[in-house]
Design a protein around this ligand. Structure first.
Ligand SMILES: Nc1ncnc2c1ncn2[C@@H]1O[C@H](COP(=O)(O)OP(=O)(O)O)[C@@H](O)[C@H]1O
Ligand SMILES: [Mg+2]
Length: 256
């Protein structure tokens, strides 16, 4: 049995806006094993992004415990948490937070240059960035500004950036949300590839075609996990249509 990389216990997140309390996460508990690729699905406003942000330490939970690689990140001092995030986790977000004054390659290697006492030299970091861009098929736009590339290319660049410090786990919020069908398929192929090479992935998606390529799907409604479906690892020989059918049937049962 593989090792647990992420263990979330009784996670709660309450937002207070205009003195009104909104319990966005209500005692959410789950585990992710090393090598899994987990999709979080659920209606809009159900707490998917909040779950991803609090489980990854991007945002502070109101209460609860988040063990990442056997370390309670909810209790870490800010500086230490930033270091853990930088070295153990990769992030792919909806609003992609790329810097406008840097070219694509420099954006990609930025998280590596931020690691304190990085054992890799600037040159090694740059080479790793270029290698990732080659794997993702965007090396030809390495020196372009971020407004000189397509949405699909920008999304691949985000994947490269999320991988630059060889994270154990990648958190992604709708990584295919802004893409057309063929770019979305390509991005999923890349993420499936990274996952097969050992990177654990946890992602939010509202697209069953995308979730069908994950190994497990969690369905969240009103800040609670309503159910989970194990689909098993998606290999190169997997029948995607069958996986989609299985998932869609289950989502119907869940009231999707
Ligand atoms: N920064 C915030 N401040 C206040 N309320 C928020 C904030 N972010 C999310 N919420 C609220 O929390 C709930 C869950 O939001 P979210 O996690 O973004 O849902 P999803 O990603 O599933 O669409 C919603 O009711 C939303 O309005
Ligand atoms: Mg969201």
């Amino acid at each position: 049995m593989s090792k647990t990389i992420l263990k979330v216990t009784d996670l709660c997140k309450t937002y207070i806006t205009n003195k009104r309390q909104n319990n966005a996460l209500k005692n959410v508990s789950f585990e992710v094993k090393e090598g899994e690729m987990v999709a979080i699905m659920g209606p809009s406003g159900s707490g998917k992004s909040t779950l991803l942000y609090t489980a990854s330490g991007m945002d502070e939970a109101t209460s609860g415990e988040v063990m990442l690689d056997n370390e309670n990140i909810a209790a870490l001092p800010k500086k230490k948490l930033a270091e853990v995030r930088l070295t153990k986790m990769g992030f792919i977000f909806q609003q992609m937070h790329m810097l406008k004054n840097l070219n694509l390659l420099d954006n990609i290697i930025l998280p590596a240059t931020e690691v304190k006492d990085n054992k890799k030299s600037r040159r090694e970091i740059t080479e790793r960035g270029e290698e990732l861009m080659r794997e993702m098929g965007i090396i030809e736009v390495a020196n372009n500004d971020i407004n000189e590339v397509s949405g699909g290319q920008l999304q691949r660049a985000c994947i490269c950036r999320s991988m630059i410090n060889d994270p154990k786990i990648i958190f992604a919020d709708e990584p295919t949300g802004a893409l057309n069908r063929s770019s979305s398929d390509e991005v999923m192929e890349l993420l499936n590839g990274l996952n097969r090479e050992g990177t654990t992935i946890m992602m939010v998606t509202h697209d069953a075609r995308v979730a069908a390529k994950c190994s497990r799907v969690m369905f969240i409604v009103d800040g609670e996990i309503k159910g989970e479906k194990e689909l098993g690892a998606c290999t190169e020989d997997s029948n995607i249509r069958d996986r989609e059918r299985t998932l869609n049937n289950w989502l119907m049962e869940m009231g999707w």
